[in-house]
Write a protein that binds this ligand. Structure first.
Ligand code: ADP
Length: 421
């Protein structure tokens, strides 16, 4: 029975949150989409939705369905997780989803705290900073889907909800949980149902987490989760675990599939070339997903090993990506490569690969869908933000270890380090 039920508005955010909970002593499983009963056995279940930029009414409906499943499984507290840059528009979806969850949970008050100081996201006087810049001068003001043109989150959230939105200021947060609780009661009495919580350090996040122990709903970035596990330990509900990141032992062959064209991933492929077999697919010469997959299938024969990975990459530098896009169109170029890599991942698993790293956010989405992955148990991080995970799928009923790497994540030796662990 999960203690904490989490609803995340995107896939990589869900992994990030689950990884945070594992680091703080909770066993965590990420499920993809609204789950069917029975839920997996874990201290925390994180439902990964794709609801950040869909119409608000759909985001509300999916979030409520996820909430229902989590409550049905016994979750005692719900965490609504969104981006640490508060990615949203005046139409939503943070306000409408928070409001709907509060109504469902009978919550009179909830905090909203996207702060994540380790990644440079801090909140002071309700204003969100990214590093040294205000949110609206951080580049996020030019985001294609959720341009953030106002750093004052009290105002931003206020435009998304009919509920009163207040501020839980630094001067109070700095004093610790008792002062925070008093201020939350005062805000609630003055008609504020939501409050942006200032947080500049991890100590602030820990204090906020402790102060929210009795709240049915907490909302924020993955940072706000760090103070929550201790509440369950204090209440005697969660044992002190040193093995929250334990996964079944890995077996089988190792492989990397790369579709990210980010600088970090190109560097990781470059380094891998000197150490392990690398196949670089040329999607421009062969713009045919089935043919690319067949080429990779032939190449992998005799090369797969348990002690070191093979790397199969479609990744290319910007001028080659632009050339394929010019020929096929941007969408079709991406879709073709994703289809090829998803098929290659399936063939790798069919040939006995049981440890697979996937580089690229969209690429990971395509691979997870092709493999039929429904849930991921979260293990130890290889590099910050990228844990090993474990799943069972029809093609690997005894289990498959997966690491899904967002393009820009990971050190240069990531593809080697992942398998040394
Ligand atoms: P990231 O996490 O770095 O954004 P993604 O996987 O999300 O990586 O996005 C990379 C996109 O680029 C995918 O849609 C992938 O299919 C596409 N892609 C990969 N290689 C090529 C290529 N050689 N030419 C054109 N598009 C490519």
């Amino acid at each position: 029975m999960p203690l904490l039920g989490c609803i995340a508005d995107d896939f990589t955010g869900a992994t990030d949150l689950a990884s945070m909970l594992v680091r703080h002593g909770m066993r965590a499983v990420q499920v993809i989409g609204v789950p069917q009963a029975p839920l997996p056995e874990a201290d925390a279940v994180v439902v990964a939705l794709k609801s950040r930029t869909i119409p608000a009414a759909e985001a509300v409906a999916q979030s409520l369905a996820a909430c229902e499943a989590l409550l049905g499984a016994g979750a005692r507290q719900i965490l609504f997780k969104y981006c640490s840059t508060f990615d949203s528009t005046d139409q939503g979806n943070i306000g409408p989803v928070a409001e709907a969850l509060m109504r469902r949970l009978g919550a009179g008050f909830a905090i909203a705290c996207p702060a994540f100081p380790a990644n440079g996201r801090t909140i002071y006087q309700g204003h969100l900073f990214v590093g040294a810049s205000l949110l609206n001068e951080s580049g996020m003001e030019k985001h294609p889907l959720t341009p953030m043109t106002d750093a004052n989150l009290v105002r931003v959230l206020g435009r998304q909800t009919r509920l009163g939105v207040g501020l839980l200021p630094f001067a109070v947060v700095e004093q610790g949980p008792a002062a925070i609780r008093r201020e939350m009661a005062r805000l609630s009495e003055s008609g504020r149902a939501l409050a942006i919580a200032d947080a500049v350090t991890e100590a602030h996040l820990m204090a906020l987490g402790e102060a929210c122990a009795e709240h049915p709903l907490v909302t924020g970035g993955s940072g706000i989760a760090m103070g929550l596990p201790e509440n369950f330990r204090r209440a005697g509900l969660l044992p002190a675990r040193t093995d929250a990141d334990a996964l079944p032992p890995p077996g089988g062959f190792c492989a990397v599939v790369a579709g990210s064209c980010s600088r970090a991933t190109l560097g990781q492929i470059g380094l891998a070339r000197d150490h392990v077999p690398v196949l670089e697919l040329d999607a421009l010469a062969t713009p045919d997903a089935a043919a690319l997959a067949a080429e990779a299938a032939a190449w992998m024969e005799g090369r797969l090993e348990a002690a070191r990975p093979v790397v199969i990459a479609a990744s290319a530098p910007p001028e080659r990506v632009a050339a394929l896009q010019a020929r096929l169109g941007r969408e079709a170029a991406g879709a073709l490569v994703e289809e090829a890599l998803a098929e290659i991942a399936a063939r790798l698993v069919a040939r006995g690969v049981r440890r697979l790293v996937v580089a690229g956010g969209e690429t990971s989405g395509a691979v997870v869908q092709r493999l039929g992955v429904r849930e991921l148990r979260i293990g130890a991080e290889i590099d910050p933000g990228v844990p090993w995970t474990h799943t069972t799928i029809p093609a690997a009923p005894e289990g498959l270890h997966l690491a899904l790497k967002s393009g820009n994540f990971g050190a240069r030796d990531f593809f080697l380090k992942a398998f040394a662990a």
